[in-house]
Design a protein around this ligand. Structure first.
Ligand SMILES: Nc1ncnc2c1ncn2[C@@H]1O[C@H](COP(=O)(O)OP(=O)(O)OP(=O)(O)O)[C@@H](O)[C@H]1O
Ligand SMILES: N[C@@H](CCO)C(=O)O
Length: 324
């Protein structure tokens, strides 16, 4: 369940009035997600989502909320956060029940958990549009689950894994540090990325993409890393983690039709697929073995991304044809 903090209807009604989003008709807790408290709020003007941030530091939130606003204003379908009219429009962070909070538009549709090549192509094309639309976003915050975090966290999870897994974590981390020091890596185009665009963070309605959401791992990093995170989720078979060449080609062709990949990106794609798998293997190991507040977390299976990483190392996919 994902209502960690109860919100009184009266408080939600008052807030929606202040935001000039209409008169509350229904407030319903959302039973999904493990990080934040979420409610669907329906008013006589539309459908919104009220999120109370349970864990994220208020210092990090303006980057996420203003990025969503920026993307929405540039025509990318993402939940648009609302500010109180008359106050500074960049002030999107609200307070509800003593917690930092936001009110955003509700996206239509549902997540496509068994995507085909057409869904992957839609996500690829929209991801490229999103990268381009975020180029002039003025705030900067690093990807807080990037290389520095992997270097910090691998030693923390090593005591919890077997010797074979420890050897793979150590060697892959060394490989990624080596890649990050290369001139090709320095040449990768960068900007704000979603960094967690899995199947459950995208909505479709009648086969059409209606939006990307859950931007709370976004940060500035290489665009290629975002592509790799998507390929590792949208274009692998669950639960084996095996690469699906048709879906990957559809994704990459659609992405490259909006923004052709640079030569450094084509060169580093296999390495970045390994990086994307390593990132989620580490975070899942961390959540599994070192739960922060056990009651709030139902950790994802870490072994899935161990399998994806082993596959990426053993069989670097030949994806280049789709990218040029
Ligand atoms: N803007 C939105 N429009 C439509 N549905 C939304 C929106 N935001 C959240 N939801 C719904 O609420 C559910 C939970 O949201 P979300 O996945 O962001 O949870 P979380 O706890 O914040 O994060 P996590 O996915 O990391 O557990 C989503 O699966 C989705 O069904
Ligand atoms: N997408 C992440 C969860 C964090 O939102 C995972 O599958 O491990």
């Amino acid at each position: 369940m994902a209502v960690f903090t109860q919100v009184a209807e009266e408080e939600a009604r008052e807030l929606l009035r202040r935001l000039q989003l209409g008169e509350l008709r229904e407030l319903r807790g959302i039973h999904g997600g493990i990080e934040n408290t979420n409610y669907f709020a329906t008013t006589d003007q539309g459908q919104f989502v009220l999120t109370l941030f349970e864990r994220l530091s208020p210092a990090q939130l303006p980057f996420y909320l203003r990025l969503m606003k920026h993307l929405a204003l540039h025509g990318i379908p993402v939940p648009e956060p609302h500010a109180v009219p008359g106050q500074k429009q960049e002030n999107l962070l609200l307070e509800v029940a003593g917690k930092p909070a936001a009110v955003v538009n509700r996206l239509r549709g549902h997540s496509e958990l068994a995507p085909g090549a057409r869904h992957c192509a839609e996500v690829g094309a929209m991801l490229a549009r999103m990268h381009l639309a975020a180029r002039d976003f003025p705030l900067s915050q690093p990807n807080l689950r990037g290389l520095a975090w992997w270097n910090e966290t691998v030693p923390v999870v090593l005591p919890h894994v077997d010797p074979d897994q420890a050897a793979l974590l150590r060697s892959e981390l060394a490989f990624q540090n080596h890649v990050a020091a290369s001139s090709a890596y320095a040449a990768l185009p960068r900007g704000p990325i979603h960094a967690d665009l899995f199947r459950d963070n995208v909505m479709f309605e009648d086969g059409e993409l209606t939006g990307f959401f859950d931007f709370y791992f976004a940060g500035v990093d290489s665009w290629l890393f975002d592509i790799a995170v998507c390929l590792n989720d949208w274009c692998v078979d669950l639960p084996t983690g095996a690469h699906d060449a048709a879906r990957a080609a559809a994704f990459l062709r659609a992405y490259a039709s909006v923004r052709p990949l640079a030569s450094a990106e084509r060169q580093l794609l296999p390495a970045m697929l390994r990086a994307g798998a390593l990132r989620f293997w580490i975070s899942r190991l961390w959540d599994f073995h070192l739960p922060r507040e056990a009651a709030l977390l139902k950790p994802h299976d870490p072994s899935h991304f161990e399998r994806v990483l082993r596959q990426r190392v053993a069989h670097p996919p030949a994806l280049y044809a789709a990218t040029s």
